[in-house]
Structures are given as structure tokens and as C-alpha cells.
Design a protein around this ligand. Structure first.
Ligand code: FES
Ligand SMILES: [Fe+2]
Length: 394
């Protein structure tokens, strides 16, 4: 289920270069592409002519060009060129795709999935202690990025990212200590702005694993201090992990991108204050991937695959406080009518429906200008079909 009217981090900024990039979110294909001035644009990926994928096309003259018959759409989603038509023919009003507000910040591409006008939109997520660009605040930090694919629902993936009590068990092969599974009581830090939940986090002390191998000999079983660890989430889809090691600090920000109900891609930016030379980048990525690999069998094995709606359907204990905060937030959004069902594979094969963009509600003149219906909007009608044809042939 997609919770609409939120800013989703859906891609890493360094993945969007000169070519358009297709990203699937909750079963809806979006295309991301850069204008000449470097701005990233986000639009529905489906060309309204014959459903060509714009992500497979090219960027030409500040437009994204469909690979099939070359229709060009500008950054607002309006088609500005139909090459097969004579130049003097007007471009039909319906030759447009939904365009979504899009901001590049902290190394991620954030897309507003919903139709709220700018004045009503929540502000963009603010990631802990970071300035607007990773580079600007990178003094003392070295950042790497990457992604990991799960055959699991995104609610499960996000909850795993903020789950404190699994560390001694699932990560006993890396940073967890299986002999010290007890989690001390912790306070939940909730940041709200105008009543809107912006961030939930908690800081705990976790026991590091006992030294082994060469470290055991070198340290002669010296006591290792507990590691102060902060974990939490920024609704709707970003989690954070800050680990304060004796050596320095690690921060991992992860966008759980919901591809569909069964697939999630975690796109992460990992920052470190130690070993800040490029020579250690590969190892940093490898260590982050190792964490995901340790989690993978457990998360992919959870049943039911989708997070239960009913809080009493699973048993919660004190250390689950962050996940419970996430479930409460999710339920509030659904109760407020913001949940949109993710289409099933069968529905997708039969019918295209897109996430409504702000232009649909902002401009009454465009009320009938959309070829594809909105997922939660009125069904496509016969009269709409007729006008589409008239428009195309004009
Ligand atoms: S399908 Fe896109 S131009 Fe024809
Ligand atoms: Fe984990």
C-alpha cells in the first residue's frame, strides 16, 4: 500500500546522469531525468501515445523523448513535439504525463507522490545533522552509496532497519553480541512539526562482540566499551543508523524503495569519519552489504509477508517501541484516507492507472486532459475515450 502525499527518497542522486532512469515505486513506473541546469525531473514513465517507457528513451533539448515514436515531454510533463505530425498541427491537450515535484538533497532524489498543492505539502525530510547536500556537510565524513534488493515487503524491510533487539542474534557474525541480548530501557525521541511526525529515533548502548582472532591476542581480552547507537526513521521511507565507535562515527541513511508488494530496494548512503581515504570505500560498501545479507533470510522469511494492520496480530515488547511508532504512523495515514492499494500483477497487465500529480487538482481546465486515470480517481469512462480520439486526430 502506498501512503500518498509524502516525499519519498526513491533514487541516489549519483544514479541519474545524462540518460533517463526508470524507477518503479509501489507498482508505478516513474522516470527521472536531468535538465541542462542539473535539475532532476520526475514523471510518470508511460507515454500516453502507446505506453512506451520514457525511461528507455533519451534526454533531448530539456525534454525526455519516448523511444517508440519520439514524442518529447518537457519538465512539466507536457508533450511539446510529435515528430510524425505536420509542424502546423496543434499538439492535443491530452498529450501530457503526470509530473511529480522532485528535489535532490542529501545525495537522494526525493519525489512527492501525491496531488497536494505546494502550500499544503509537508516540508522535505531533514536528515539528522546533515546540511542540504552530503558534500557540503561532508567535512570530516567520507560517503559511499549502494543498493540491496529484498524479496520482501517494504514495511518489513523498514521495520527491520529500526529493530534494535535483533542485533545480538542476526548480526552476531559482525557487530552483535549474542551473549548480551538484553536491551536497556530507552526513550523514544519523536520530532513533530505542526503535529506532523518528522522523525522517530532512540539511542541505546549495545555491547560489541567479544574480540576474536588476532584482536583477542592483541587486546588480551580487554573490556570493550558498549557502543552508543542511534536508530530511527523519517516517514515515509528512510531509516537512519548512527554508530559511535571508539574509532569514529558511522551514519547510514537508507531509503526503502517499495518496488511492489513483494520487492524492496534499499538505497543507502553510508558515511564515516575514520579511514576517510578513497582506499577504504570498497570495504565500507562491503561491510554495509554484509549487514543486509545477514538480515536477508530473516526478513524474507517473515510471515505474513505484508505487515498486519491489526496491532494485536503480533506480540510486541518494550524493545519494539520504534517499530510500533512506525505502525501507528502508518495506521494514522491509512485512517486519514491516504493509503492507495498497490496494483496486483494481473491488474497492471490489464489497465494503466497512475498516481495523481498536483496538476490534476490544481488546474480545473485540465480535468479531462489525462489519458490514464488516477489510481484512486474515477474509472476511465467511454466519453473520455471518445474525446481522447478526437484530440489525437485534431
Ligand atoms: S509510444 Fe511514445 S511516442 Fe509512441
Ligand atoms: Fe539488521
Amino acid at each position: 500500500m502506498l501512503i500518498k502525499n509524502h516525499w519519498y527518497a526513491i533514487e541516489l542522486g549519483n544514479k541519474v546522469g545524462d540518460e533517463p532512469v526508470q524507477v518503479r515505486v509501489h507498482g508505478h513506473d516513474l522516470v527521472l531525468w536531468r535538465s541542462k541546469d542539473g535539475t532532476v525531473n520526475s514523471q510518470s514513465d508511460l507515454c500516453v501515445h502507446r505506453g512506451g517507457s520514457l525511461g528507455g528513451g533519451r534526454v533531448v533539448d530539456d525534454c525526455v523523448q519516448c523511444p517508440y515514436h519520439g514524442w518529447r515531454y518537457d519538465s512539466t510533463g507536457v508533450c511539446v513535439e510529435i515528430p510524425a505530425n505536420k509542424a502546423e498541427l496543434p499538439i492535443p491537450k491530452k498529450a501530457r504525463v503526470d509530473a511529480y515535484p522532485c528535489i535532490e538533497r542529501y545525495g537522494f532524489i526525493w519525489v512527492f507522490l501525491g496531488d497536494q498543492p505546494a502550500s499544503d505539502r509537508p516540508p522535505l525530510t531533514e536528515l539528522a545533522g546533515l546540511d542540504h547536500s552530503i558534500e557540503a556537510k561532508a567535512e570530516g565524513y567520507r560517503a559511499v552509496s549502494g543498493e540491496f534488493t529484498w524479496q520482501a515487503n517494504y514495511d518489513r524491510v523498514l521495520e527491520n532497519a529500526v529493530d534494535i533487539a535483533h542485533t545480538p542474534f542476526v548480526h552476531s557474525g559482525s557487530f552483535g553480541n549474542a551473549d548480551q541480548p538484553e536491551i536497556q530501557d530507552f526513550d523514544l525521541d519523536e520530532v513533530r512539526e505542526d503535529g506532523v511526525l518528522r522523525e522517530v529515533s532512540a539511542t541505546v548502548l549495545l555491547d560489541p562482540p567479544a574480540p576474536s582472532g588476532i584482536w583477542k591476542i592483541l587486546r588480551k581480552n580487554a573490556e570493550r566499551p558498549p557502543v552508543e547507537t542511534t536508530t530511527g526513521f523519517y516517514p515515509p521511507n528512510v531509516s537512519m543508523l548512527i554508530v559511535r565507535l571508539p574509532l569514529g562515527e558511522i551514519r547510514i541513511f537508507t531509503a526503502a524503495v517499495p518496488i511492489d508488494e513483494h520487492t524492496t530496494v534499499s538505497k543507502f548512503i553510508m558515511m564515516r569519519t575514520f579511514f576517510t581515504g578513497g582506499w577504504a570505500d570498497k570495504d565500507s560498501i562491503k561491510r554495509t552489504m554484509k549487514i543486509f545479507l545477514e538480515d536477508q533470510p530473516t526478513v524474507e522469511g517473515q510471515r505474513p509477508e505484508l505487515l498486519p494492520f491489526d496491532l494485536s496480530a503480533e506480540l510486541h515488547v518494550k524493545s519494539d517501541a520504534i517499530q510500533l511508532a512506525y505502525r501507528r504512523w502508518r495506521q494514522e495515514q491509512i485512517d486519514a484516507g491516504l493509503g492507495i492499494e498497490t496494483p496486483t500483477d494481473e491488474q497492471e497487465r490489464r489497465r494503466v492507472a497512475v498516481i495523481a500529480s498536483p496538476a490534476r487538482s490544481a488546474d480545473p481546465e485540465l480535468a479531462n486532459a489525462w489519458v490514464f486515470p488516477a489510481v484512486d480517481g474515477p474509472a476511465h469512462s467511454q466519453s473520455d475515450d471518445a474525446s481522447t480520439m478526437d484530440g489525437d486526430l485534431s
